[in-house]
Design a protein around this ligand. Structure first.
Ligand code: PLP
Length: 361
């Protein structure tokens, strides 16, 4: 066994050890071809097979209907903040956005450069500790789409429901919770996810888009940002991020071997229940998020006395519990417990938390 640490990083995040070992084994000589995946033409039959298998495995995992395209693009999730309005918001049109934290705010700021953005609801009055119910939303009449982030990675705020907006396409940033539990893809017009949380290496972004939303891009939309161009070219209008795509494919295979999204949901549920239970039953740790909006993937918590933050982190590091420091904008701690972070990691963490609390009682 290797000496891998338990990595609670928010992103780029832990990858399954089995995936890294497989990539290592295949690195110098992929399937007896005498070269690595990184050194192959993206147009070669070998690479196209790798790319197509990754897409098919993702389709299987999420039961993606055939009228959706799956795109493997570049620029991370942040590029999508501009790409979405350029493709889906007509000149003079309006789009509705829900503000539940830092990532949705960034999406709002960027989209505002391209047109009329209506912030239909904000979690600000709740200090970003709760998600306003849909009865509080002020949706516009003719929105081109509604955008929200299903999981706010920094604040640790997650929707446990899907907005109901009739025929208005739902556009969702699922960067930090895609593949963590089952979803019904047909409820969405467009799903996007930066890869570095639950999919693979950073830089890659996966876009799942309903076909009828293609071909609506503004004439000023750069070719490289046009979904239809990407779809018509199998995400190979230019050279794609071939190694990231391949590695994501290995993660999809791994997830299938774990029993798929339904099986990982059971593990993820047990992980977050153990961690929140530890926090809620302690005098030292706390998490302020409304119970129905607590993230399964990113669990921020504070220590009652922030002078204990440093010793807490130092002790964690010494035990191989890495990257628990909260985001600089929030402070405190944050444990990101994505699919590749197993129950063993969460058990090690809560064991340490209990030990630390006893020592500092
Ligand atoms: C990480 C993250 C992003 C940004 O991803 P990049 O790939 O760095 O652009 C956007 N939205 C959410 C919800 C995230 O977690």
């Amino acid at each position: 066994m290797s000496k891998r640490a338990h990595n609670f990083c928010a992103g780029p995040a832990a990858l399954p050890e089995a995936v890294l070992l497989r990539a290592q084994a295949e690195l110098l000589d992929w399937h007896g071809k005498g070269l690595s995946v990184m050194e192959m033409s993206h147009r070669s039959a070998d690479y196209v097979a790798v790319a197509e298998k990754a897409e098919q495995d993702l389709r299987d995992l999420l039961a993606i209907p055939s009228n959706y395209k799956v795109l493997f693009l570049q620029g991370g999730a942040s590029q999508q903040f501009a790409e979405i309005p350029l493709n889906l918001l007509p000149e003079g049109g309006v789009a509705d956005y829900i503000d539940t934290g830092i990532w949705s705010k960034k999406a709002i700021e960027e989209a505002s450069r391209f047109g009329n953005i209506n912030v239909a609801a904000s979690a600000k009055p709740y200090d970003y500790f709760a998600i306003p119910g849909q009865n509080e939303w002020k949706l516009s009449k003719d929105a081109a789409y509604l955008h929200y982030a299903s999981n706010e990675t920094i604040g640790g705020l997650q929707f446990d429901w899907v907005p109901e907006v009739g025929d208005v396409p739902l556009v969702v940033d699922m960067s930090s919770d895609i593949l963590s539990r089952p979803i019904d893809v047909s409820q969405f017009g467009l799903i996007y996810a930066g890869a570095q949380k639950n999919i693979g290496p950073s830089g890659l972004v996966v876009v799942i888009v309903r076909e009828d939303l293609l071909g609506k891009a503004r004439s000023s939309c750069p070719t490289m940002l046009n979904y239809k161009v990407a779809a018509d070219n199998g995400s190979m209008y230019n050279t794609p991020a071939t190694f990231s795509w391949y590695l994501s494919g290995l993660v999809f295979e791994w997830l299938k071997e774990q029993g798929g999204v339904e099986a990982i949901e059971r593990v993820n549920r047990a992980k977050k229940e153990l961690l929140y239970k530890t926090i809620d039953s302690s005098e030292l740790y706390s998490n302020p998020i409304a119970h129905n909006a607590r993230s399964w993937m990113n669990v921020p918590f504070r220590l009652a006395d922030d002078r204990l933050d440093k010793p807490f982190l130092a002790g964690a590091d010494a035990r191989g519990l890495l990257n628990l420091q909260g985001h600089r904008s929030v402070g405190g701690m944050r444990a990101s417990i994505y699919n590749a972070v197993g129950m063993d990691a969460v058990e090690a963490l809560v064991g340490y938390m209990a030990e630390f609390e006893k020592e500092h009682a």
